[in-house]
Ligand binder design. Structure first.
Ligand code: C2E
Ligand code: CA
Ligand code: CA
Length: 466
C-alpha cells in the first residue's frame, strides 16, 4: 500500500503480452497488440496478464472494420430491434417487452449488441442509434396495442452517452407524441454505472425524463457500486436485478443473499423488481418465494424479431367478451397443448372431424398453455402430461386458477396407477381409438348423459363425473 493524504492506496498491475513472431511488422504492431492484450487483462478483472492471441486479433480486426461500417449501417437500415417479454411472476402473463438492438451485417450476419454497442458509444453513434431504437420500439408498441395485444410496457435501453446528450428529453417527448403511446407505458433503462459516472447531472436529467410521465429502471442492478442514498434521490420506479446474481440463485450463498437484499430494499423503497436472465424453474421458484415482481429470461423466451413477437402476441391476444365464449355454432372450444406437433395435429383432426369441437388454440409447452387458457378461456384443454418448461401437472392448477370454468383432460403415453390429478376431469391415453376419445370427452363435458357410458368410462380411465 502507498499512503497518500493519510489514505492507504493499493496499486495493481495489468500486463498485456505480445510474443514477437514473423507476422509482426515492427515495434508499432507489437505495441498495438500488447495494448489490446492489456485491455483484455483489465476486462478480465485487472491485476493479471493476458497474452495476445487469435481471438484478440479477430476482435481487433472486427473493430477496425466495423468502425467504418457502423456509420453507414444506420443510413442503410441494417439495424433491427428484437423483443424479449417481461413476465409477471404472480400470474405468468406478459407484462411488457424489452427492445434489444441487433445489427444485420451484410457479410457477418446478425450481430448482438455486445459486438458494436461499445464502439458506437465511443464514436458517439450510439446517440442517433439509441434514438432510432426508441422510435422503432414506441411505434411498434403502438401497432401491437392497436392489434389488441393488451396493455404492455416497452422497455428501451439508454446508454451513458445518451444520458449526456443535451436534447435527450426533447427527443423522447417527440417520440412519445408521434407514436401516441401513453407515457407510463414506456420504461427507460439506465445502468447503475452510467448513473454513477456523474450522479448530479444524472439526477437533473432523470427529473426531466420523469416529468414526461414515463417509468425509469436501473439496469444491471448490483454491479455498479451505487451509493444507496442515490436510490432515494433518483426518481426510479424499477430495479432490474443483474443476471449474474440470478444465474447463481440457490447455488451460491452470496448471490442468493444479494438477490434477497435487493428485493427487500426495493420493497422498502416502493420500487418494483425485475429479475434478469431467468433460465430455470428453480430460479423462478426462488424469485417467487422472495416476492420478486417481474422476470425475463430464456425460461420463457429469447429475444425474438418483431415478426416472431407479433405471432406470439396474437396467439395470446385477449379473449372475446364472455358472452361470445360459446362459439355460435354451439361447438366446444378446445385448446390443445402438447410439445409434439404431430400429436397436436392428431388430436385436432379427431376432435374437429367429430363435429362437436372447434380448436381455438395450440400450445407447445405448459407455460404457453397457461397463457392461452387465461386469454381464451376454452371450454376444454387437452393437456399433455410431459412437456418442456412446465409439465402438464404443473400447468393444470394454473389453468384452473386463471380459467375456472375450463375442463382439463390430461393426455399421456400410458395410464399409470396414480390417481386422477386434482382438478383434472379425465385421463386420456395416447393411441386411444378416435371415436372413443370423442365419446369420452363428450361425456365429461356433459354433452352425453348415458349412465352406462359413464360407468364404462370410469372403469376405462380415471374420470370425474361432470
Ligand atoms: P441488457 O439490457 O442487460 O439486456 C439483457 C441481455 O441479456 C440481452 O442481451 C438478452 O438477450 C440477455 N438475456 C436475456 N435473457 C437471458 C437469459 O435467460 N440468459 C442469458 N444468458 N442472457 C439473457 P443482448 O440482447 O445481447 O444485449 C446485451 C446488452 O446490450 C443489453 O444488456 C444492453 O445493455 C445493450 N443493448 C441492447 N440494445 C441496446 C440499445 O438499443 N441501446 C443501448 N444503449 N444498449 C443496448
Ligand atoms: Ca436492459
Ligand atoms: Ca440488464
Amino acid at each position: 500500500p502507498v499512503v497518500i493524504d493519510g489514505r492507504e492506496l493499493f496499486v495493481t498491475v495489468s500486463i498485456g503480452i505480445r510474443l514477437a513472431d514473423p507476422s509482426c511488422d515492427g515495434a508499432g504492431d507489437l505495441m498495438r497488440d500488447a495494448d489490446a492484450a492489456m485491455y483484455q487483462a483489465k476486462e478480465a478483472g485487472r491485476a493479471g496478464c493476458s497474452v495476445f492471441n487469435d481471438e484478440l486479433r479477430m476482435r481487433a480486426e472486427w473493430r477496425l472494420e466495423i468502425e467504418s461500417d457502423l456509420h453507414r449501417a444506420l443510413q442503410r437500415g441494417e439495424f433491427c430491434v428484437y423483443y424479449q417479454p417481461t413476465i409477471s411472476i404472480e400470474d405468468g402473463t406478459t407484462a411488457g417487452l424489452e427492445a434489444l438492438v441487433r445489427w444485420q451485417h451484410p457479410e457477418r450476419g446478425l450481430r448482438p449488441p455486445g459486438d458494436f454497442i461499445g464502439i458506437a458509444e465511443e464514436t458517439g453513434l450510439i446517440v442517433p442509434l439509441g434514438i432510432w431504437v426508441l422510435d422503432r420500439a414506441c411505434h411498434q408498441l403502438r401497432s401491437w396495442n392497436d392489434m389488441g395485444a393488451g396493455p404492455l410496457t416497452m422497455a428501451v435501453n439508454l446508454s451513458p452517452r445518451q444520458l449526456r446528450s443535451p436534447d435527450l428529453v426533447d427527443r423522447v417527448a417527440e417520440i412519445l407524441a408521434s407514436s401516441g403511446i401513453p407515457p407510463e407505458r414506456l420504461c427507460l433503462e439506465i445502468t447503475e454505472s452510467a448513473l454513477m459516472q456523474d450522479p448530479v447531472a444524472a439526477e437533473r436529467i432523470l427529473a426531466g425524463l420523469k416529468s414526461l410521465g414515463l417509468q425509469l429502471a436501473i439496469d444491471d442492478f448490483g454491479t455498479g457500486y451505487s451509493s444507496l442514498s442515490y436510490l432515494r434521490r433518483f426518481p426510479i420506479d424499477i430495479l432490474k436485478i443483474d443476471q449474474s446474481f440470478v444465474a447463481q440463485l440457490g447455488s451460491d450463498a452470496e448471490s442468493t443473499a444479494i438477490v434477497t437484499s435487493v428485493i427487500h430494499l426495493a420493497k422498502s423503497l416502493d420500487l418494483a423488481t425485475v429479475a434478469e436472465g431467468v433460465e430455470t424453474r428453480e430460479q423462478l421458484s426462488q424469485l417467487e418465494l422472495l416476492g420478486c415482481n417481474l422476470a425475463q429470461g430464456y425460461y420463457w423466451s429469447r429475444p425474438v424479431s418483431a415478426d416472431d413477437m407479433e405471432v406470439k402476441l396474437k396467439m395470446s391476444a385477449p379473449a372475446p367478451a364472455p358472452s361470445a365464449r360459446v362459439s355460435c355454432d354451439g361447438k366446444l372450444r378446445v385448446l390443445v397443448a402438447d410439445d409434439e406437433a404431430s400429436h397436436r395435429a392428431m388430436v385436432k383432426r379427431i376432435l374437429e372431424r367429430s363435429g362437436y369441437f372447434t380448436i381455438i388454440g395450440e400450445a407447445g409447452d405448459g407455460q404457453e398453455a397457461v397463457q392461452l387458457a387465461e386469454h381464451q378461456r376454452p371450454d376444454l384443454v387437452v393437456l399433455d402430461l410431459s412437456m418442456p418448461k412446465m409439465d402438464g401437472l404443473e400447468a393444470l392448477p394454473r389453468i384452473l386458477a386463471l380459467s375456472p370454468d375450463t375442463k382439463v383432460a390430461l393426455l399421456s403415453g400410458h395410464i399409470g396407477s396414480a390417481q386422477l390429478a386434482e382438478g383434472a376431469s379425465l385421463h386420456l391415453r395416447k393411441g386411444l381409438k378416435p371415436e372413443q376419445m370423442v365419446e369420452d370427452l363428450l361425456l365429461v363435458m356433459g354433452r352425453r348423459t348415458s349412465s352406462s357410458g359413464r360407468r364404462e368410462l370410469a372403469q376405462r380411465h380415471r374420470y370425474r363425473c361432470p
